[in-house]
Design a protein around this ligand. Sequence first.
Ligand code: NAD
Ligand code: ZN
Length: 391
Amino acid sequence: MRALCWHGKGDVRVDTVPDPKIQHPRDAVIKITACAICGSDLHLLDGYQPTMESGDILGHENMGEVIELGSEVTNLKIGDRIVVPFTISCGQCWFCQKGLFSCCDRTNPNAEIAAKAMGHSPAGLFGFSHMLGGYAGGQAEYLRVPMADVGPIKIPDNVSDEQALFLSDIFPTGYMAAVNAQIETGDTVAIWGCGPVGQFAIRSALLLGAGRVIAIDEIPERLVMAEAGGAETIDFSKTDVYDELMKRTDKRGPDSCIDAVGCEASGHGAADAVMDRVKAAAFLATDRVHVLRQAIMCCRKGGTVSIPGVYVGMGDKIPIGAAMNKSLTIKTGQTHVQAYTRSLLKMIEESKIDPSFVVTHPASLEDAPAMYRKFRDKEDGVIKVVLRPGR
Ligand code: NAD
Ligand code: ZN
């Protein structure tokens, strides 16, 4: 089959590789009908996720048609259209039983090493390095889906691929970010980052009762999409974010602050600083884009900071003392996708939200390398790329 493979920093290519096969009775194999490129894939493209190997297939936002099933998968049939959560979870361990699916103890064979080395032990993830299980991703024609009896959700015919696909990651991620923000009716919520995750956090915060959402970015088309979703906006390249948020909230600060940027996606040198302490110190001294720091400083006393953004190794300069003095609650996590898919699919079916709004660049699998670069460099108005293998 054809698949998008990682070959080193900045180097992704579409290669011909062996088709996946059933390896365990709880596996399924699907023919991918749609898959997306995520901000998290940029950490891999830029070479900041250790334990990648040349030839690894990327892609964790996947859906498709079931073409093969292991003997223990009784909830799916050949021909079903399914969306696959990016987190691979057994459904049976102590964490899965508590609904903490992204913390599954059984699907990442390297969990203990990852936990001790990096404090980093979520479940196995598709297309996300050997530290996180080494599972092949789905930016390909076919995908092996482990634990197919737990994660995937069947999609009814009247919901299109573009509407359903983001149940695999960014819709639950934006939604969990808003849940973690502990929004009370009428609250003011500030959201840093109007990428795909931020866009879903904006709409989810409003669905959960926020009175106002103030969205922060510098990319004009992303700010426009945030406004279309019901947010007020701040362009951080033109305005002092702290002063502006204080002005708009009677000097109190927003009730909740969501960091939908993370360290590497914030660009402007953050990514290159991650692996180098000297560069990191110099970069952090500028205070330019340390979004989490800004979110803590801006949040009102007694408020909540929610962090869906991914941080790799750049914990310095997080003002934990300020967080303590302001009595803040801080909530974060890789998304427990399986905990949200069914209720969010119902919202799509009831037309409360149509996730396809975020798609700006439909493309073929063969176009993927060019689309990766475009998405990384935020060129050509790109907000979300959806690849359609086989078309
Ligand atoms: P993206 O790169 O498309 O979007 C990030 C946005 O942040 C960009 O629009 C950028 O202009 C903006 N930004 C940069 N610096 C900023 C600043 N100082 N203030 C305000 N905005 C700023 O990425 P995405 O796909 O939206 O993903 C966002 C983050 O969420 C990434 O870190 C990604 O890894 C993470 N993520 C986490 C999970 C999870 O399970 N928690 C799942 C998916 C993605
Ligand atoms: Zn993702």
